[in-house]
Design a protein around this ligand. Structure first.
Ligand SMILES: [Zn+2]
Length: 316
């Protein structure tokens, strides 16, 4: 039986939750669809990840307006993926902030990523025609940057590579709230098509060292205590570690990609098969892991054509 490509057959709308994590921090989540974080400072609002289209971002803005009328001045991009960044224009923010490595990825592969992500998961691009083009950061940084929104201190940090080479988190040190982007997922399958799988577990260690008491993952519900935050970190680490180990062993044994994919699927499904978008992610995840295990340092660019070719070879 052939499986529909990626998430093309996923048409069911998800229920949005806008939850308060601290007096100055909120999470916009949607049952495994991409999340957005909100930080309300003394005189400005910061949004962490924008949603896929301006029309979808307007729903985030409506939720923000139920708790504050302060201007939305900053949009932070945790990484370059289309589904999180292309709605940014709706906020009318003064600045779009990203790591330099994320900026470089937008230059190198932003356009291809946009086409490929739209084809994979059209439901997540509601009103795709409202996208004015790629989202370009106006401020870039490397390593760490602190913004003070009045009394609220926000640290933007690159804890290391993992989901992409540009991964950035937002951390509220006083409130111990962590906005992790797709470095951490909860009840949703990590996408590793652009990942650095050998680095990812170490990067998660650095996030665990922060000892977050609240955590907004890239996908899945917000975690509201230290134990659940740790569970999300551990679950993500278990997935990326087992994925890479299985693929590396298969490649070392000289097995072809398709066989490695089938064996990895069988090995991971009992523990992780119930997570959202497992069937969607796994072919991409195994493809990248197979490349990395073969010594390919940087992920290859996914195009709509490469997506279809890979899917037909592995998953159809
Ligand atoms: Zn992503």
């Amino acid at each position: 039986m052939s499986k529909a490509f990626a998430s093309r057959a996923d048409l069911e709308e998800k229920k949005v939750t806008f939850s308060k994590l601290a007096d100055n921090a909120y999470a916009y989540t949607a049952e495994g669809d991409p999340n957005t974080g909100v930080i309300v400072g003394d005189d400005a609002v910061m949004v962490i990840d924008a949603q896929a289209t301006p029309v979808m971002a307007r729903d985030v803005i409506a939720k923000i307006r139920t708790v504050t009328d302060k201007p939305i001045r900053y949009v932070v991009l945790t990484h370059y993926h289309a589904v999180r960044v292309l709605g940014a224009s709706a906020y009318g923010a003064d600045h779009v902030i990203a790591s330099q490595a994320t900026y470089d990825l937008i230059v190198e592969r932003g356009e291809q990523d946009y086409r490929s992500e739209y084809e994979r998961f059209p439901r997540l691009f509601q009103a795709v025609d409202s996208i004015p083009g790629l989202t370009w950061p106006t401020i870039t940084f490397t390593g760490e940057m602190t913004l003070r929104l009045g009394r609220t201190e926000v640290r933007l940090m690159q804890p290391g590579r993992g989901h992409t080479k540009g991964d950035t988190i937002a951390w509220l040190p006083a409130e111990k709230v962590l906005f992790s982007g797709d470095l951490v997922e909860y009840g949703a399958t990590p996408y590793a098509g652009d990942a650095y799988l050998q680095d990812w577990p170490r990067t998660l260690e650095r996030l665990a060292d922060l000892r977050p008491e609240k955590l907004v993952p890239g996908r899945g519900e917000a975690l509201t205590n230290a134990r659940d935050a740790q569970a999300a970190l551990n679950g993500t680490r278990a997935f990326v570690t087992k994925l890479y180990q299985a693929v590396e062993a298969g490649r070392a044994a000289g097995k072809p990609l398709k066989q490695v994919y089938q064996e990895t699927y069988t090995a991971l499904a009992p523990q992780f098969g119930g997570w959202v978008i497992f069937d969607h992610c796994l072919p991409f995840d195994v493809s990248r892991a197979y490349d990395e295990a073969g010594g390919l340092r940087d992920p290859r660019i996914w195009t709509a054509e490469r997506d279809a070719e890979m899917w037909n070879a592995l998953a159809s």
